[in-house]
Design a protein around this ligand. Structure first.
Ligand code: FA5
Length: 345
């Protein structure tokens, strides 16, 4: 067979092989075999040494042409196969609009904070200033300045978590009263102090070892029990509306005289008595009273000139009554199904 026919035959075979490659991988193998230096087509170059003159030049041209055609066929097939591969990929990745969409859950706000903010808003609208006190208190501020000296039986009711003998997690927000009086140095006071309290209470439906209170303190000339009652009644009406029953009950706190506790009719049984209110029909939400003269004196206020009232509202209890929460522990369990029900209005 003539040399030139052999070139054509070989070139056609290679182009056929290239065109028959079913995918890029097969094409790559065909390319490695037929486009490399050691390819069968290039091996034909060995014949050049037997040729001379015009025949040699013609042979060289024919070889170049054949190599170019092979390369072009390879590139064309490569383009075809790549496009086919992309098309196939796209057809498989088609967006299925019938699939349900991914839903993003919005978290809720713990009712503790919703209520704390609401209580703060009510008192700020009545002209109260917000003052925060420390969670870790000295025995002196938590008890002594609250007219509860060492060995006083009232300490029993407020056992706490001690850090040292004289440093403890505060049992109520009342020490904030003493801090405010020290800061104001004999000037009139109208403050609230929201914050965390801690007690060695056994947890049950209405008690938690950690809970929140909002303390309130008003000290000025001519402050009387009527001011206390009117303030708390206004607060309770704003918080619970007109329908809820409110009960003022005489009580005892070493730092107030006279003292009261305030109960709200139970949200579960509406006053009939149930496990949540321990059969009483009411849930206690706050303690209050007229600031004891000793507390005023210890802060440098003359009780003959100044008088005051104070209160401490339990934040979780208010949340329970507002939202119908049957167990205080739900507020601390971090169950999303519970929390996600609460959002800011
Ligand atoms: C006091 O803590 C007083 N410092 C309140 C006070 C302030 C009286 C100023 C007078 C003047 P008491 O222990 O009753 O009082 O608690 C007040 C409120 O905190 C309770 O009515 C209740 O709502 C809440 N509270 C008390 N202990 C717990 C507890 N373990 N878990 C949840 N809430 C509690």
């Amino acid at each position: 067979m003539e040399l030139f026919d052999k070139i054509t035959e070989l070139k056609n075979e290679i182009i056929k092989e290239i065109k028959e490659a079913k995918n890029l991988n097969e094409l790559k193998l065909a390319g490695e075999k037929n486009l490399s230096k050691k390819s069968p087509l290039n091996a034909m170059m060995a014949h050049i040494k037997d040729l001379v003159g015009e025949a040699k030049a013609n042979f060289g041209q024919a070889m170049n042409k054949a190599r170019n055609e092979v390369t072009e066929a390879y590139q064309n097939r490569q383009l075809e196969l790549s496009e086919a591969e992309i098309k196939e990929k796209l057809s498989k990745e088609k967006i299925d609009i019938t699939l349900p969409s991914v839903s993003y859950k919005m978290g809720g706000i713990n009712p503790f904070y919703l209520i704390q903010d609401e209580i703060i808003d009510i008192f700020v609208s009545m002209g109260y200033e917000v003052k925060e006190g420390p969670d870790v208190e000295t025995d002196y501020f938590n008890f002594e300045r609250m007219n509860i000296p060492e060995n006083h039986p009232a300490r029993e009711m407020q056992d706490s978590f001690y850090i040292t003998n004289s440093l403890l997690l505060r049992t109520h927000t009342s020490p904030a009263q003493a801090h405010a009086m020290d800061e104001k140095k004999g000037e009139p006071i109208k403050i609230i102090c929201p914050g965390k309290c801690f007690r060695r209470d056994d947890d049950d439906v209405t008690h938690s070892h950690q809970f929140g209170q909002v303390e309130g303190l008003v000290v000025d000339k001519n402050i009387n029990f009527g001011n206390l009652k009117a303030t708390l009644e206004l607060f309770l009406r704003k918080m619970f509306g007109e329908k809820r029953e409110v009960r003022f009950r005489g009580s005892y706190f070493p730092f107030t005289e006279p003292s009261v506790e305030v109960d709200i009719s139970c949200m579960e049984c509406h006053g009939k008595g149930c496990p949540t209110c321990k059969g009483t029909g009411y849930i206690e939400i706050l303690g209050a009273g007229m600031v004891h003269p000793n507390v005023l004196k210890m802060a440098g206020y003359d009780p003959k000139e100044y008088s005051g009232f104070a209160f401490g509202v339990g934040i979780e209890r208010v949340a329970m009554l507002r939202y119908g929460i049957d167990d205080i522990r739900r507020i601390y369990q971090g169950d999303v199904r519970f929390i996600e029900q609460f959002t800011r209005k």
